[in-house]
Design a protein around this ligand. Sequence first.
Ligand code: GSH
Length: 209
Amino acid sequence: MYTLYYSPGTASMVVHQALIEIGAPHRLECVDLSKKERGDYLRLNPRGQVPTLIIDGTAYVESAALLMLLAERHPEARLAPLADSPLRASWYQWIAFLTNSLGPTYRFWFYPLDLGSAEHPPLVREALRNRIEAAWSQVDAHLAAHGPYMLGAEFSGVDLLALMYMRWSRNMPKPVTEWPELKKLADRLRQRSSWKRLYEIEGLTEWAE
Ligand SMILES: N[C@@H](CCC(=O)N[C@@H](CS)C(=O)NCC(=O)O)C(=O)O
């Protein structure tokens, strides 16, 4: 039994959706991110962020790491290509690419205080926007050549990570649905029953399909 500390629509989404895809029994604990004081939760996650996943009594953090861990613990769910498949290298590569190039940049976009100001100066905002869009352009070109999924013909956990990050662009100046291949991937993934279930449980509405 896993316990996932989550907050709707945040970086915990990918872990939550992976648990649903796997069908692994899990308990959910909602963390109220609007409260500055996170008290006891800081003992599980010293930065007070979500997600945190409890496995056998130990707390683990970082969404991409938790996705990989779950994929490896439940190989039958096929969220990762088999270890001896040539696609396994691409799986690591794209998870690292997405989490490195999009994760921190989105974080700065949504949390200007991380960079020291309540609101970004226009030049910083523009720079962050450019970095996010450059990463999405690269993914769009990759999908055009090697799609329809991130690893080609087969769905995998990389698509779940991409889907979470894609959703976060929905109110940005250029949402991912403005890139043709990203839109196709988003539309395809938003049809998955795990996505619909995630929306029900987390009480989400925007960008459902
Ligand atoms: N690198 C972390 C980032 C986690 C993160 O930034 N989570 C946000 C929600 S998307 C959060 O907990 N924000 C509340 C806060 O920082 O106080 C991961 O991918 O797990």
